[in-house]
Design a protein around this ligand. Structure first.
Ligand code: SF4
Ligand code: SF4
Length: 237
């Protein structure tokens, strides 16, 4: 079985990724109708450039997506669910089922998709089954799939889990974070800290110039906190 977990440097925990844009149907739809007067956030997607374009990284992301699509087709995603659960269990828990204490990773947290999105109802259902198995881990999902009406009921079901923080992402730079019924407070991208604060957001400390660019260095877990009512703004540089 391939290694499914990723180790994003800026994050305090392990994560999971699939290729960007190709597995982001809402981003694809929005790209076709985007306003020319505004800056479409997905046009600057960090997961479409740099490290993510190295051939080994691309191959690894694609292999994960292939495993998911094959499993969704063959057994409603159960092979994927079982593999993810096995790998999370091995990294986060000891053989007695107790949570491990790791030096550099917080085993109370898990980040889903710093690349890719919740591309279909069946895929969302697979994540519901994964998250249900780990009530002591808080899962953070960003998503632009809230823009597709057909996805919303499925996203709301995932967001209804107590250990899931499902945050709708903004579409354009310098626009307030979306507030969507049944989902957690959203996130946005701003070019000005003052404007982001004036529009009522917490500003991600890891994106403030001069600060260390990691969650750990800023002692911040805000994106994982369910019930946070205020949007979060990441600053664009
Ligand atoms: S939805 Fe996220 S991962 Fe997908 S293209 Fe947009 S910014 Fe990139
Ligand atoms: S707001 Fe906090 S948890 Fe979210 S990305 Fe920034 S530093 Fe990390």
């Amino acid at each position: 079985m391939i290694n499914l977990l990723s180790n994003p440097k800026k994050m305090p925990c392990y994560g999971f990724n699939i290729p960007a844009f190709k597995y982001c149907p809402a981003a694809q739809l929005l790209a076709k109708i985007k306003s020319k007067a505004k800056k479409f956030i997905c046009d600057s997607c960090y997961a479409c450039k740099g490290f993510y374009t190295f051939s080994n990284v691309k191959a690894s992301l694609q292999a994960k997506a292939d495993l998911i699509t094959k499993s969704l087709h063959q057994d409603n995603g159960q092979t994927f669910v079982d593999a993810m659960c096995d790998q999370i269990r091995a990294k986060y828990f000891d053989k007695h089922g107790n949570k491990k204490k790791l030096k550099t990773k917080n085993t109370d947290l898990f980040r889903v998709h710093d690349s890719g999105d919740l591309f279909s109802p069946k895929y969302i259902s697979a994540w519901i089954r994964i998250c249900e198995q780990f009530p002591t881990i808080r899962f953070w999902f960003p998503t632009r799939e809230w823009k597709r009406d057909s996805q919303l009921p499925h996203l709301q079901k995932l967001a209804s889990l107590k250990n899931v923080c499902l945050k709708p992402s903004a579409i354009y730079v310098d626009e307030p974070a979306p507030q969507v019924d049944g989902l957690d407070a959203g996130t946005s991208v701003y070019t000005s800290q003052a404007q982001a604060e004036q529009d009522g957001h917490y500003v991600c400390p890891a994106t403030i110039e001069g600060n260390e660019p990691t969650c750990q260095a800023n002692n911040c877990n805000l994106c994982f906190i369910k019930g946070c009512k205020k949007g979060i703004a990441y600053l664009a540089h």
